[in-house]
Design a protein around this ligand. Sequence first.
Ligand SMILES: *Cc1c(COP(=O)(O)O)cnc(C)c1O
Length: 299
Amino acid sequence: MTIPGPLPELDMPSTVIVLDDPLFERKMVKVSVVIHKKGPIALRGNKWHKLKYNLVETRRQGEERLLTFGGAFSNHIAAVAQAAALHGFKSTGIIRGEVTNPLNKTLREAMENGMKIIYESRDNYRLKNTPEYLENLRKEQGSFYMIPEGGSNLFALKGCREWIEEVNISYDYICCACGTGATLAGLITGMPPGCEATGISVLKGAEFINAEISSLLDQVGCTLRQWKIIHDYHSGGYAKSNQELENFIYDFIEKHKIQVEPVYTGKMFYGLNDLISKDYYRPGSHILAFHTGGLQYLE
Ligand SMILES: *Cc1c(COP(=O)(O)O)cnc(C)c1O
């Protein structure tokens, strides 16, 4: 058995970039982007921060294998495979649905990073959080440290708190894309007093994430209530897009030379832009937008 060593700190400092835009000038707001310019592509953005303390916990428990769940294009699956490879863990990914042939980039690279891929039918996948399912998995696959789908647990909050605490300039609002909402919850726990948070939900009909975020914040004893999830910018649903979003993304990349994708960060900037145009933010304020990554599946 290999003796787990200390967890190396990845060298992934964030950079803050101020966006130049006639709209922001007209509305008298300043928008800055917090972004990783270096580090493994699958770990840039929120995923490294969500995983970091899960890896620390895995070491603490003496487990050698990380096991997690996700769809075939999941940024989280890519991140777990990458993080495991870099830190000497074995990894298993339980993938929802059938084998895609040929393998897509996400799964191909996950396997190159040594991840064992197991396809699970949609019906079985739904059972993934039941004790029976996990017990069975342990019988078949041996011992592992389980990271929930999307990596959204209290260790994720701790890592995302660290992310916002890295930023040492002053700001009035933060904004980020929300899937499960755990990243935003972690950022909220590290916001300075008086700051307000906006989460742009990328899912359709996902009002449940409000309760999810409240519950996560309760669990870490955070009583801040200055946050709001906006549900108007999903463009039809998760991973759905439309011409307006596509056009926005094309222009955004042209204008700011910052890569974004249509599933998360593109929707976040699209929503942020629209909110600013509708005077959602106080004139004179500074908005910090977190670039959560998601670029791993772009060729
Ligand atoms: C996973 C992911 C998110 C969602 O994070 P949550 O903590 O689930 O809200 C946002 N943006 C990108 C690019 C992601 O990959």
